[in-house]
Every structure is written in C-alpha cells, then in structure tokens.
Design a protein around this ligand. Structure first.
Ligand code: KG4
Ligand code: ZN
Length: 360
C-alpha cells in the first residue's frame, strides 16, 4: 500500500491538560484529543504540580493512542506511525514536571521510530491556533482550506500564565510590545473565582455569571491607564476584589454575585482592550488576533469585535476549543517548523519560562 508521509503527531502537557493531535499537511487537524484534569485540581482552587505530573503519566499513552485511532477513523490514508513525518511537543513555558512527561514520551517515540523531534514553544503554539482547520468528517478532508490570516498583526495572548501584546511581523517572527508586571489575566480570573468559592479554573464560570450581571455595579480599579504604559497589572484588581469581599461578605448566588463577576470582568476586559488598541495604533497594524485561554471569554471577544468595527480593523480568534490548552495548536506550529527544517535535538530540555520565538 502507498503511504503518504504528510502527517505530524503533536503532544501537549505543559500544565493540567494531556493532549495529542494529528495534523495532515500544514493545517488540517484530523484528531484533537484533550484529557483535562480539572476535576482533580478544582477543589484546590489551582493546579497542584505534583498531581498534574502524576496524572500526565497515567493519561499520556491512552491520549496519544486515541489521537492516532481517531485520525485513522477519519482519514483511511492515515495508518499510524508509518505515515508520520515527525513528532512535535511543547517544551515550555509551563510546569517543568508536567512538560517532562510529554517531552520524555515523545523523545522515546522518536528514538524508537527514528522520526524527527520538533520542540515547540507553548506560547508560539497558542499564536498558531488561528491557522488550524478542524476536520470533522472524511468529506471535509477534500474541502479547500480557508484563507490564512495575513501578517503583520498584533496578537493579544491572554492565558493562565501570560498576558502579552505581540507584534507578529510574519508567522514565526515575534516582537513582544507589552506584558503584565504581575499576575496574568487568567490568573486573576482563577484567583477571584477561588475567593468566591467558584472552583478552578475560574474563567468560564465568571464569564457565565457575568453575562447576567451589571458591569458598572462596582467600580473596580483599572491599573496603569493611558497611553504611557503598554504594560498590564492585575494584582491591584485582585486585592480590590478581596477588600470588597471583606467589607461586604462573599455573595453566594443571585444578582450580587453576578454583578461582582460582571464588574470584575469589565475591569479586566477594559484594560486588555485599551492596551490592545494602543499597541495596534503604535504598531500601525490593521489586524488584531486574540489567543490563549482567556481569548475564549465572551465579553473580550465581543469588545474586540466592537473595537475592530469602530476602527475598521480586522479581528480573528481561534475557535473556543483551540483557545485553552490543546495539541492541535502544537501540531500546526510543528508542521510549519518541520517544513522549515527546524528540528530539535533529543537532548531538548523542559523550560518553565520563555517567550514566543525563543528557539526550542
Ligand atoms: O491557555 P490556557 O488553557 O493555559 C495556559 O497556558 O495558561 O489558559 C487557561 C486560563 C485559565 O486561567 C482560565 O481561567 C482562563 O484561561 N479561561 C478563561 C475562559 N476560559 C478559560 N478566562 C476568561 N473567560 C473564559 N471563558
Ligand atoms: Zn496555554
């Protein structure tokens, strides 16, 4: 049988999601499996690194098997390892213990099969999520691909660990033009959710409750306002919420809780949108891209779309399932790197801190 070696397997394990995906060519995602550990960490109000590593160990092989099986059910040309041209893996930033499980598993597979290893920066993968095209059926495989988002553009990368404004001059060339001085936007969501007893992760729950609330009910602070600063700061907002709860008590449900969530969310989104607008103007960009877990936020998406409409800019966000951690974004970034011939050595290490564009 003729085998087409145009498939790449990708693995993601940088935090509390164990994920694997197969991409055909550069952008067609033919499987995307994510095993979340939310139920394990929820009662702790955040990810417990030791527990995350242990669960990655248990989950990683079944998740990779499932991704290979689903790819085969959707695309009969895909027979497994014999069709792979390489294997990509997130090697940082993230929790080192978690990253090491994905990294060592992929290195083992590369060693056994002789396939090239492609190390991917997790933040670069988040940025590449907008290029992924999710294939849902065998018929979809034959469809033409939608046009690619054209660079240059400004990306607002907002996740649990990062809040960055990046000028993407071209795919793979990044210039960081703003960032947080303390907490990341997602971290602020998670910490406020913990104070409210809403469990972990907090973003989705606060997003949902905020939709029923009044964003102007409580006037929470907007840090570092104005054009002078491109940086963000969310720790003061978190403290303001804590003080409000100490003075007024923790609302359990109903209008009070909705108003609090909505007012907190509006304070976060106001700042994100204002700084994104400054960055767009300063970088003379006409396309704004949102990426990362917080890019799933309904209010942020709404306000970004509104801003773009008002200024005559274009706006792009990944589908909801590709905002939070997944391996499809690693697969797309990996396929590009593979085409550029940028492979990693088997001595590739896990790194807890790094920016997009740093070589892996
Ligand atoms: O990108 P991601 O999955 O992991 C990191 O790389 O950090 O982002 C996770 C973060 C969490 O802080 C979570 O609360 C937040 O994204 N998040 C949201 C929403 N969905 C996830 N924040 C606000 N609104 C949402 N709908
Ligand atoms: Zn992430």
């Amino acid at each position: 049988m003729k085998t087409t070696k145009d498939y790449l397997l990708a693995v993601e394990s940088s935090c509390d999601e164990t994920a694997a995906s197969v991409v055909k060519g550069e952008r067609r995602i033919i499987s995307n499996v994510v095993s979340s550990q939310i139920d394990i960490h929820s009662c702790f109000g955040g990810v417990v690194p030791e527990l995350a590593s242990r669960h990655h160990i248990v989950n990683i092989v079944p998740v990779i098997r499932e991704a290979l099986n689903r790819a085969n059910s959707l695309d009969k040309d895909f027979q497994g390892f014999s069709n792979l041209k390489g294997i990509a893996v997130s090697s940082g930033p993230g929790l080192v213990g978690s990253l090491m499980i994905g990294l060592q598993t992929v290195k083992g597979m590369c060693l056994a099969t002789g396939l090239p290893l492609v190390g991917i920066n997790h933040l670069e993968a988040h940025l590449e999520a907008i290029y992924a095209v999710q294939i849902e059926s065998t018929e979809d495989l034959l469809e033409d691909l939608p046009p690619i988002i054209q660079s240059p553009y400004v990306a607002l990368l907002v996740s649990g660990g990062h809040t960055l404004l990046i000028n993407v001059k071209e795919r793979g060339r990044y210039n960081v033009v703003g960032g947080t001085r303390d907490d990341a936007a997602g971290e602020a969501y998670d910490k406020v959710a913990k104070m409210l007893g809403l469990g972990y992760p907090g973003g989705v729950v606060i997003d949902k409750l905020a939709r029923e609330g009044n964003p102007r009910a409580i006037n929470f602070p907007r840090a570092l306002p104005g054009r002078k600063h491109r940086d963000f700061s969310f720790s003061g907002l978190k403290t303001a919420v804590r003080r409000h709860l100490q003075q007024n008590g923790v609302p359990k449900s109903g209008i009070e809780l909705n108003d609090l969530c909505s007012s907190f969310q509006e304070a976060v989104v106001d700042v994100l949108i204002q700084k994104a607008a400054f960055a767009m103007e300063d970088e003379k960009a006409t396309t704004l891209v949102l990426a990362g877990g917080v890019a799933a936020n309904s209010r942020l998406r709404e306000r970004a779309a509104q801003l773009a409409r008002e200024r005559g800019w274009r706006v792009a966000f990944p589908p909801l399932s590709l905002c939070t951690d997944n391996a499809a974004m690693v697969a797309v970034a990996g396929a590009r790197r593979f085409n550029e011939g940028r492979f990693s050595d088997l001595s590739l290490d896990a790194v807890c801190r790094s920016l997009p564009g740093n070589d892996m």
